[in-house]
Design a protein around this ligand. Sequence first.
Ligand code: GLU
Length: 289
Amino acid sequence: MDPLLRFAPSPNGRLHLGHAFSALVNDAVARRLGGRWLLRIEDIDPVRATPENIAGIEEDLAWLGLDWPKPPRRQSEHMAEYRAGADRLRAANLLYPCRCSRGEIAAAVADREAETGQPWPRDPDGTPLYPGTCRKLGAAERERLVASGRPLAWRLDVAAAIRGAGRVSWRAFDPAGREWIVDARPERWGDVVLVRKETPTSYNLSVVLDDAAQGITHVVRGVDLEAATDVHALLFALFGLAAPLYHHHRLLTDETGQKLAKSRNSLPLAALRQNGETPDGIRRRLGFP
Ligand code: GLU
């Protein structure tokens, strides 16, 4: 099987230098492996994925001199597949409905911390783990909740999922071709939301189903997503799908060491272009010949 990679931005704004870096790393690694890369538009956020941001992705990547098979896959066109994936997990009793709002979760966590005098465990991104309020609802209560028609999220019962899947690991690779095994600890994330209240999927669910559906063999993405790979490995195992290999590249930082995406100085590529920067200049700046 020829190596197949993907660059999968979320159109939640215009692409900036960090995206350009990730796309160029994908392109370089694909060449090095003798394969190709696809573009995938991860437009599951119904509010932030605007037509301008989506069109901007292809415009900016083409301006950089990159090329990919057209048209790109758009996640918003594959909701039925994500629904079917969630149904499979639901049928295996691995998902439960959750009505908790962010505020309710924060309050429950604050209560626990006050009770125990201990900090409540955080996930790798620093968010407190879901305290399990809705996991404890009985079958009748769950049914009532679903029948009520109110917007619900569906969470993975991570302990049950780990019991079902057993010990999970994923394969890492580096551009020089070395490979090694990483033990996954998906429990670090707690009961993650796989179906959001406002859209029938989530990043974690659709990224796994799409990488499988598109036959992706090598995932190249930023190291900020490395810990999430533990959840992806668990989902691949639960679905019985073949997982790709993963390479997590460094993130670009600004002069103050802040991640570019969050930095005030992370100008969109479109703005750099308007300021007279050239694709060659950007490539050189990012360390590509
Ligand atoms: N859509 C994700 C993002 O823009 C990246 C997904 C991935 O590469 O796995 O952060």
